[in-house]
Design a protein around this ligand. Sequence first.
Ligand SMILES: [Zn+2]
Length: 237
Amino acid sequence: MTLFRHIGHTSHTKPTTVTNKRGLRVNQQQGGNMIFGSRTRSRTQGTGTFSCPREDGNRRYHHVLVSRWLQAFRLPLMRVEQLGEFVECRSCRSTFPVYVLDAQPGSPVEDIVTTALRHAVSTVLGHNNLTPRDKREAVIVLQRYASVPYGSSDLEIDLREGADQPAGQDLRQLALSLNDRGRVAVLDATVQLVGRNPNPHEHDIAAIKAVADALSLPGDRVRRTLDQRIDQLAMAS
Ligand SMILES: [Zn+2]
């Protein structure tokens, strides 16, 4: 049965991350016939009311812990390690670092989508020689998605700082604090960052795939987002 084959846990097999039917990201060990495996599980730790920086008003929140669990036959056995935690607004579904609960109402707090995009920007644009117009357009895309004010000096910082880091490493960590909506938002923005070219170059597609992979988004989702964007560009031209 496929279930057992996919949950098999052996030291010589390669781990992969897949998204199951309920949208949970599941780390599986492929191959082998054993019944143990580990998976990433999100659990609500607490709830309450906070001042949502994205909506600038009081909203309900969930404080979520993300952990790796050892499981057998899909049943969680024990928590192995905590991977991350975040606060999710129940109204706009933005996710924030936990310190948002201590922030003064109305103060700008970068949500995880914004932070993830700031890390993705150099993966996506770093290899290009950007013209001033390219940079202006990139800032417009980031402003559309960011929960805080974002300007050209922020873009310069993100391009410079990201250049020293291996693509996707931080994104992989940040993706643990994103819900499905957030991961799709980061992908949408990434595709827009690639620009106005209705025939994206190979290296642009590779950069988008690297971001999608770090976010654990499946290939068909990437293709759909790319197709939509290419349609939009074709209609606009
Ligand atoms: Zn909100």
